[in-house]
Structure formats: C-alpha cells, structure tokens
Design a protein around this ligand. Structure first.
Ligand SMILES: *Cc1c(COP(=O)(O)O)cnc(C)c1O
Length: 381
C-alpha cells in the first residue's frame, strides 16, 4: 500500500516491532549480537555495521525523501564528511557560497588541506555555476533555502547542469525537510540532513542522514561510514524517529507563526530588511514555490542600529539566544559571531552576514507570546 507522508512519519518504515508488536520501535541498545553458529548471522553483528533501531531510522527517512537507501550518522557534519570521501585529492567541487558555517569549514579548510578543491559560488546563478566547473570538477553541493540569507537555488536547473557534466549532485535539505521539498525527485543524486534540526525537532539530539536514490553510491557510503565510525547510537536514532512522528504538525504550526512574525518584523521601524521565503517580495519566492510546498520556519532580519543586537539578545525571554534551528523552541542566533564566525570577511560581507543580521528559528509556542517577547526585546518596552 502506498501510504501518504503523514502516515509514514507516524508509522516509520516498519510500523512497529515485528517481534513483539511494540508500537514504538524498540531501542536495540546493544553493541554486539550473538551468532547462531559459525558463518551464521541474524543479520546483525556489531552496531557500527548495523543496528535495528538505526536501520529503522534510515529506512524511514529514505521513504520520506522518495529515496531507496538511507544512512544515519552521529551528526549532520559526519554525514557530509562521509560524502566528501566519494571524492579524492585532485577533485574539485562547486558549492553554494551561502552555506552552513560548518560545511564551509569542512570544504574550505579541512579538505582543502587534503587536496580536495572547492569553489564557492552563488548557485542561484547558472552561469556562475557553469563558469566554475573545471576539468577536474566531480560534484555540486547546494543548500536551498540557504543559511542564513535564505537564498533559493533552482534544484532542477542545477540538476540539469550536473547531469550534462556528469557530476554528483548533492543537496542539503535540512531547512525544508522532505515534508516540503524532495530534491531526489528534482534531479539530486544525494540528499543530506542535519537530523539535529527539524527531523529531531526538539533540540535534544544530534544526528545526520544521507539518502540516495540509486545503488551507485550507497554501498560505498555504507563502507565509508562503517570504516570511519561516525555511526549514530540506537538511543539517538530512536529520538529522531520519535521527533519525525510529529514533523508535519510542527512544521505547519511553526510556519504559520513564521509568516506572522516575518510580516510583523517588516513593519517595525528598527528593522531594515526581512529575509523569508514565505514573503511574496522575497527574490526567491517563485523558485522556492516551484520546487517545494512550503517556506520553512527559519527567517533572518537586519536591524538598522547594530547596538540593538546586543540589547535584543539580552532582553529576549520566551525566545532563547542559542545556536541551532528547527526545534519546538524559538531560537534567535547571531550568525556573525556564532554559526558564521569562521567565514572569510569578504564572503561574509557579500552574503550580508554582518553585525546587523539576526536569524530566527520559529518554534511552536503561542504566537502572541513570541510576538510580545520580540516586541519588548526590540522596543525595550
Ligand atoms: C546544523 C546544520 C548542519 C550540521 O549539522 P550537525 O548536526 O550540527 O552536525 C548542516 N547543514 C545545515 C543546513 C545545518 O543547519
């Protein structure tokens, strides 16, 4: 039976435990598994290779992304790190310049030193992408909408370029999740997630995922994951499975509030710009609408007076001043010193990540309480 998204999130891939009928998929908290006899296995040997709870998470997210295979990791960055191992020294990648800070550090520093080269470009611009492709280019990595400037890249368009040049096309789908956007249906080869964000959804677990739609990559990725050991523990996998059960409900609620907050911020004298894909005047509104069914719950805004930043961060009470996004709690982040502190100055300037920019991840609290809090934080009332 072909189940709808909202049913799959609740049931997971297997709809409970086939051995006991447990509705909640059990946490198989075991490092190792008994062999029935020599050369026999239950299918499970050692939890760095495979674990039933982890497998349930992998299969569930694969179903949600319309992929065939999933792989779970200890963190989102561990998932991205695994993908980098598909490439080797001398290879080159084209990457969205507006990117999660940790991903930037991984490609721009760690792997650069090991000989994997990257060019960071504005992937909204197909010509810039084509110009950046060289003889040794092997992959394209994008984030859309991007972090923290909410730039929207046309996934289908980049998919066509990748296909034409035979490049591995990777999309970080953390911001919209498969509930709103399914990059594998739009031409991506691999989707990655920080499961720490919307999939986990409660700011209580770190996790990462890769989903692929064909066999070309998955055996290799599984082998790399098993060999490098960044596997997720069964309890963490279970927390993500539990978070996923309410993914659609949380996103709908948070998005409804995000739209109200974005429109409210727009009207405030203290605020000069609001960046949110749910605003019709947002430059990426149409492209985002053409490839997804929602806007997500993360928005950024710029204040006119940079001295106000410190005051807002000190005054917020319902909203928490903390890194991360995608959870039930509303968080406010200062990318300049937090998530994007290590991005080179000239690039930060080009992206508008400056001392005036704040990012909000809208949670599921009462909207009036969030608005009242932002109002007193911004106005000092
Ligand atoms: C947080 C984040 C990551 C990294 O994930 P971790 O779980 O923190 O390692 C990667 N991409 C995006 C878009 C993120 O927001």
């Amino acid at each position: 039976m072909n189940l709808n998204f909202e049913t799959t999130v609740v049931r997971g891939a297997s709809g409970g435990d086939r051995h006991t009928g447990a509705i909640s998929f059990p946490i198989y908290q075991s490092a190792t598994f008994k062999h029935p006899a020599l050369n026999e296995s239950t299918g499970y040997d050692y939890s760095r290779l495979q674990n039933p709870t982890v497998e349930e998470l992998e299969k569930t997210v694969a179903l949600l992304e319309n992929g065939r295979y999933g792989l779970a990791f200890a963190t989102g960055l561990a998932a991205i790190n695994c993908i980098v191992h598909l490439f080797k020294a001398g290879d080159h990648l084209v990457i969205s310049e507006d990117l999660y800070g940790g991903t930037f550090r991984l490609f721009g520093s760690i792997y650069k030193e090991l000989g994997i080269e990257s060019t960071f470009v504005d992937t909204r611009d197909f010509l810039a992408v084509k110009d950046a492709i060289k003889e040794n280019t092997k992959g394209i990595f994008i984030e859309t909408p991007s972090n923290p400037s909410l730039r929207v890249t046309d996934i289908r368009g980049i998919g066509r370029i990748a296909k034409e040049k035979d490049l591995i096309f990777i999309v970080d789908n953390t911001f919209l999740t498969p509930y709103y956007q399914k990059p594998l249906d739009l031409g991506a080869d691999l989707v990655i997630h920080s499961g720490t964000k919307y999939l986990g959804g409660h700011n209580d677990v770190l996790a990462g995922l890769i989903v692929a739609k064909d066999d070309r990559f998955i055996e290799r990725l599984r082998y790399i994951n098993m060999s490098t050991g960044a596997t997720i523990g069964p309890f963490e996998a279970w927390l993500v499975l539990r978070g996923i059960k309410t993914l659609h409900i949380r996103l709908e609620k948070s998005e409804e509030s995000a739209i109200v907050i974005a429109n409210w911020l727009k009207e405030q004298d203290e605020v000069s710009d609001v960046y949110y894909t749910g605003l019709e005047e947002h430059e990426g509104y149409e492209v985002n609408k053409s490839q997804s069914t929602g806007f997500g719950t993360t928005l950024s805004f710029r204040v006119k007076d940079k001295k106000l930043v410190e005051k807002i961060l000190k005054r917020v009470k319902v909203v928490s001043f903390a890194e991360s996004l995608g959870g039930v709690d509303t968080l406010i982040t200062y990318p300049f010193t937090q998530t994007h502190s290590e991005i080179p100055d000239d690039l930060r300037k080009r992206l508008g990540v400056d001392e005036y920019l704040l990012r909000l991840s809208v949670g599921i609290e009462n909207i009036k309480d969030i608005l009242d809090d932002l109002k007193q934080a911004i106005k000092g009332e």
